[in-house]
Design a protein around this ligand. Structure first.
Ligand SMILES: *Cc1c(COP(=O)(O)O)cnc(C)c1O
Length: 361
């Protein structure tokens, strides 16, 4: 079997141990003579998976009573609509802090539903940074504040979570959830498509404070209300059972490695290898993000010419490194180095970058 260094942006690399366990359990789950794919979501086996996944989500984030972890479908993109549907009634305004392409999509979708104010945007600078506190213009009495902790396409991440007062704070953490410790108790809601940092495609995790759930509109169709999923512990209708099963295994893997502090140490070492190759290149590789807003998850950079970028991606692929082309909207190179990527993959990339520079610089 040949194994590649997987820098895909999402769906992305999964822990090898998790894939091996899923393979070992696939045909006969816990002696039941069938796979978990073939079982009722009301079975005691699946209910145990669902309950353990919720407990692990909350434990890893240091959250207890007062919060729920829900497993939904429709991707993080569905949350762009579900959040304003639930929490942005007529007459209210929500604040959006926009630091990249995903934040822009979130605010566009909110504007189809209600009044969304862009409290700060770094679009003018080409989405290279996060705004300073003084640049954020919050609306008095806003229903909520929305931000994106890591902009996957531009490779821009908040170095520290901003302090924005008592307004319910909602964060899209699709591409950096569980990558570092932070004070999750300051957020009213955190959501993430699982397919970047914590699992496969098909499940979206929503961690939400119970008082926010209670504030949701109750004149919406049941399938669009957070309260419906909270009341039924994510089992209102058939969940994406296999995705939740894999998510639960990934959360177990993170827990066993030492939780978020261990992830942060691991991720920092990996990011330093790749940024080190950029910074040591004498300007051949140019990082997109301002150094203080560099993402520890998606390393974005340019080469002197587009033709060289194409050559870089092709030669890297030939050397066993896949997924390095930048997003189609921005070009350049993007190395996604999520939780499950091993340090040796970043070492291989850094070393390839050095060789490519010597041959073409
Ligand atoms: C990938 C991504 C999304 C979109 O996720 P889907 O699950 O494809 O809808 C939203 N926000 C961020 C930050 C992402 O990285």
């Amino acid at each position: 079997m040949s194994k590649v260094h997987n820098f895909n942006a999402g769906p992305a690399v999964l822990p090898q141990a998790v894939l091996a366990q899923a393979q070992a359990e696939l045909l006969d789950y816990q002696g039941r003579g069938m796979s978990i794919l073939e079982m009722s979501h009301r079975s005691k086996e699946y209910e145990a998976v669902n309950a353990q996944a919720e407990a692990r989500m909350k434990a890893l984030l240091g959250l207890g009573e007062g919060y729920r972890a829900l497993f939904l479908q429709g991707g993080a993109s569905f949350q762009f609509a579900m959040i304003p549907l639930n929490f942005l009634p007529p007459g209210a305004v929500a604040d959006y802090i926009v630091t990249g392409a995903w934040g822009e999509k979130a605010v566009e979708e909110a504007r189809r539903i209600g009044e969304a104010n862009v409290a700060a945007s770094t679009a003018e600078g080409g989405f290279r940074s996060t705004p300073a506190a003084a640049e954020i213009q919050l609306s008095p009495g806003a229903a909520y504040i929305h931000l994106t902790t890591n902009e996957t396409i531009q490779g821009v991440q908040w170095a520290e979570m901003p302090d924005l007062g008592d307004t319910p704070l909602i964060a899209d953490m699709s591409s950096d959830i569980m990558s570092r410790p932070f004070d999750a108790g300051r957020f009213a809601m955190i959501y993430a498509g699982a397919q970047k940092n914590i699992g496969p495609a098909g499940v979206t995790v929503v961690v939400i404070r119970e008082d926010l759930i209670a504030r949701g509109r109750n004149d919406l169709p049941a399938i669009m209300r957070y309260s419906t999923f909270a009341k039924n512990s994510s089992l209102y209708n058939t969940p994406p059972a296999f995705s939740v099963y894999l998510l639960n295994l990934v959360l177990g893997w993170i827990t066993d490695l030492g939780g978020l502090p261990a992830m942060e140490a691991r991720n920092r070492r990996k990011a330093e290898l790749v940024y080190g190759a950029i910074d040591g290149s004498g300007g051949f590789y140019r990082g997109h993000a301002a150094p203080e807003a560099r993402s520890q998850m998606n390393v974005t950079f340019r080469l002197p010419e587009e033709a060289l970028e194409k050559q870089f991606v092709a030669e890297a692929q030939a050397a066993g490194m896949v997924g390095l082309g930048g997003h189609r909207s921005v070009g350049g190179i993007r190395a996604s180095i999520y939780n499950a990527l091993e340090e040796e993959s970043c070492a291989a990339l850094a070393s390839f970058m050095g060789e490519f520079l010597r041959a073409n610089g």
